[in-house]
Design a protein around this ligand. Structure first.
Ligand code: KG4
Ligand code: ZN
Length: 342
């Protein structure tokens, strides 16, 4: 059936909306990012996030409809991220979406945020199935074997911190601003991606990740260099830009090695994979993209990654997943809750 879908995403610190139609694909994708609101706290504050979603959601939805030259009356389906995420943030989008669906008598679909990330590279590309997908963001780091639209298996995940979280925590250690990923990439480039400090790589040979030890290794390495006081929990060389560059460059190369090793193993374990796909906020990183593109080339796989606007949280990816779910007749009803699965 021909669908005209409005999708809403509010799982963390972006208020986003998008319109997707069967005829024209993605027609609009707009968002308000709360990054600046949280920057001075060095991380996302849930209460600040949900309050901001409430302030912004109406305007963002209207903007998405305007850009698509549509009104609420044109819609067949409202889609919304229903899990996982910050409960207070998810609830804002969910209540908004359910109210619209009830009043406008449209269909409703709850979407898993992680499924959104997994298929985000399809918005701009034709990707052959099956493939291996690495999702790396501030909240998640997971490997999937993806066989079709809606058919994907988790084959590895982080046992503790996410990759983006590791960047954010290391940045905080050496007094770099939040979020850490972009600034670490900038400084690492200035240091020409040299591995100065040789932080530990993952020793075990499986498809899971672990990054909390890496953060601790950086901390103790700083202590060793008289750059951090453990008792006072204080970085002692806040004006030492060279050191910040060396830490940034070393952690990024280390992350590149870890990603490359895990993905090489995944491709070996699933040799039928035709492509390697890199998604999530961390996939904005040009150095990591290059490392994985090189691995794909070496192993004769195609490589795909979304434009940065579809790597970080957005509603375009939620709308894309909602569209194939609608084609598969997988709708939700008004009892949809933030704990519910697909
Ligand atoms: O996907 P996302 O916007 O939100 C979550 O779902 O978490 O990802 C945000 C994360 C942050 O941890 C941020 O540091 C990281 O993505 N990130 C990057 C870059 N840009 C954002 N990490 C490495 N390099 C980047 N250029
Ligand atoms: Zn996300």
């Amino acid at each position: 059936m021909t669908e005209r879908i409005l999708a809403i995403e509010s799982s963390c610190d972006e208020t986003a909306a998008a319109v997707y139609t069967t005829e024209h694909g993605l027609m609009s994708s707009v968002l308000f990012s709360q990054t600046e609101l949280h920057a001075r706290f060095g991380g996302v504050i849930p209460e600040v996030a949900s309050r901001s979603h409430i302030q912004k959601i109406n305007g963002i939805v209207q903007e998405a409809l305007d850009q698509a030259h549509m009104s609420l009356d044109d819609l067949t389906t409202i889609a919304v991220t229903s899990k996982p995420g910050l409960p207070g943030s998810l609830l804002v989008g969910l209540c908004f979406a359910k109210s619209l669906a009830f009043v406008k008598k449209t269909k409703l679909i709850g979407i898993d945020h992680l499924e959104g990330h997994v298929y985000s590279a399809h918005i701009e590309n034709n990707i052959p199935f099956p493939y291996i997908c690495l999702t790396a963001s501030g909240g998640h780091t997971s490997l999937y074997f993806v066989e079709d639209f809606g058919t994907f298996t988790l084959i590895g995940t982080t046992r503790d911190d996410a990759a983006g979280e590791a960047f954010d925590k290391v940045a905080k250690l050496v007094h770099l601003p939040y979020p850490g990923g972009p600034v670490i990439e900038k400084l690492a480039k200035e240091a020409q991606f040299v591995d100065f400090f040789n932080y530990p790589r993952l020793k075990d040979k499986n498809l899971d990740f672990s990054f909390s030890g890496l953060k601790t290794a950086v901390l103790y390495d700083l202590v060793k260099r008289d750059a951090y006081n453990l008792q006072e929990k204080r970085f002692l060389q806040p004006d030492n830009l060279e050191l910040k560059k060396q830490v940034s460059s070393s952690i990024l190369v280390c992350m590149g090695d870890i990603f490359e090793q895990r993905l090489a193993l995944a491709l070996k374990t699933y040799p039928q994979s035709k492509a390697l796909v890199f998604v999530g906020g961390v996939a904005c990183n040009a150095y990591l993209k290059n490392r994985l593109a090189t691995l794909a080339q070496r192993t004769k796989k195609q490589f795909f990654t979304p434009s940065p606007r579809y790597c970080t949280d957005n509603a375009g990816m939620i709308a894309f997943v909602a569209h194939y779910k609608a084609q598969q007749d997988k709708f939700s009803d008004l009892t949809l809750d933030i704990r519910q699965s697909r």
